[in-house]
Design a protein around this ligand. Structure first.
Ligand SMILES: Nc1nc2c(c(=O)[nH]1)N[C@H]1C(S)=C(S)[C@@H](COP(=O)(O)O)O[C@H]1N2
Ligand SMILES: [Mo]
Length: 406
């Protein structure tokens, strides 16, 4: 039976019975809309995600976390956001999977099976922070098109694999190499096999860093399908779009990679600040590289209530792209004064850092706790929105939670 017919024939009562609860605003359901709980397959089950994850889009799947879901030191699979530009590849056969290294600047074009990669090269594990360039987009005004991420498009998992540099060097890098570009097995939304949903990359300097991995494990197990099984590029600290999933080819380029979503305005911001709403020519948009300093209070949730005289324990994580976070502060007076939080060192470069503090309040009432990180260059998060940009990238404003003292 077609889905449309299903809704009209079944009627609200029947749907409620199937879901096992009254659809409170059922009369507002658009005619063609299938409640998520009835969509087959259920994304929470299909992707093994926590029930508090938020689905922003189902074609393609885009699912984000909430601040409290990111409380763990290492983000568990169930709480990792998913950002897809196309359709997840089907019927992946890891035994037949290959990775080809090619491009204008490769010495010898080479193809590796997964077994080759795992046996020929030394394996490394790093905790790496991956944040979508569009995280925080929902606050920009005028609004930017695209998934309206709030704070949850970031994760820091354990990634295991081989160093990209070891594989690139095995194939041979010519002296005119400037960039790498990835190619992957996902399918363009139009189903046109000649189109790629995304094909991004990074300069050689980033590709050759020790922590840039060709990963086949996430948090100690095979990478889940939605996160790039069986092979993914992981380039921590840069917009997560550089970390290509389902990778089957990497090109060593003699120019800046010009694949899908490398050109035009994608993953670019104005090279010079612009006024909100201003049109910016493509040639004045610059590629995002290292992500800006940012932090998140992961406990308690916003809306916390405590009794007068009690201290409120807060904790969370901070990260700063290629840099380290050197100072972490909080404010309870809307940014007029700041107090120091304890901040740990990262377990390795490009991993997020954990902070905590005990906050005391002078009297009963409504407060907000604002958290602000500063990087090793002395650059701090803006208290509120940073510079507007046409695509709504790089919102690293201070995270804020509401607190009532009663
Ligand atoms: N092949 C492929 N790789 C991809 C994408 C994609 O759509 N296809 N999305 C990119 C973007 S924009 C982000 S933010 C991250 C998201 O990684 P995650 O879904 O594992 O959280 O994957 C990146 N790698
Ligand atoms: Mo992204």
């Amino acid at each position: 039976m077609k889905r449309r017919e299903f809704i009209s024939r079944a009627g609200l009562g029947t749907i409620s019975t199937i879901i096992g609860a009254e659809i409170v605003y059922g009369l507002n359901l658009p005619e063609d809309y299938i409640p998520l709980a009835l969509q087959d397959p259920d994304p929470f089950k299909m992707f093994n995600k926590h029930k508090d994850m938020v689905v922003l889009n189902d074609k393609p799947w885009n699912i984000e976390a909430q601040a409290h879901l990111l409380d763990d030191a290492v983000t568990p699979n169930a709480c990792m956001f998913i950002r897809n530009n196309g359709l997840i590849p089907k019927d992946i056969d890891a035994k037949a999977w290959t990775l080809t290294i090619d491009g204008e600047s490769v010495t010898n074009k080479k193809t590796y099976s997964l077994a080759d990669l795992k046996t020929k090269f030394k394996q490394y594990t790093y905790q790496l922070t991956l944040e979508c360039g569009g995280n925080g987009r929902n606050e920009f005004n005028p609004p930017a098109k695209g998934n309206q991420w709030s704070v949850g498009a970031v994760h820091c998992a354990n990634w295991t694999g081989v160093r990209l540099k070891d594989v690139l060097e095995d194939a041979g890098i010519e002296s005119d190499a400037v960039y790498i570009g990835y190619h992957a097995a996902d399918i363009h939304l139009s189903m046109d096999p000649t189109k790629e949903p995304i094909s991004r990359g990074c300069p050689m300097s980033k590709a050759l860093q020790d922590e840039t991995l060709l990963a086949f494990k996430m948090n100690g197990k095979d990478i889940p399908i939605a996160h790039g099984y069986p092979l993914r590029l992981v380039a921590g600290g840069w917009p997560a779009s550089v970390s290509g999933k389902w990778i089957n080819r990497i090109s060593i380029r003699n120019k800046v990679h010009d694949g899908t979503k490398m050109t035009g305005t994608a993953y670019r911001v104005p090279c010079e600040p612009v006024a909100p709403g201003e049109k910016v020519k493509d040639e004045n948009m610059c590629i995002i590289e290292s992500m800006p300093v940012k932090s998140l209070i992961t406990d308690p949730k916003t809306g916390a209530i405590i009794n007068e005289g009690n201290a409120l324990k807060i904790r969370g994580h901070a990260w700063a792209g290629e840099l380290e976070v050197t100072k972490m502060e909080y404010s309870i007076d809307f940014g007029a004064t700041w107090q120091i939080c304890k901040i740990e060192k990262p377990v390795n470069r490009l991993a997020w850092q954990h902070f905590k503090a005990e906050v005391t309040f002078p009297k009963k009432g409504y407060y907000e706790v604002w958290a602000k990180a500063t990087d090793s260059n002395g650059v701090s998060q803006p208290m509120l929105l940073p510079g507007w940009n046409p695509k709504g990238y790089l919102n690293n404003a201070c995270h804020r939670i509401a607190v009532k003292v009663k």
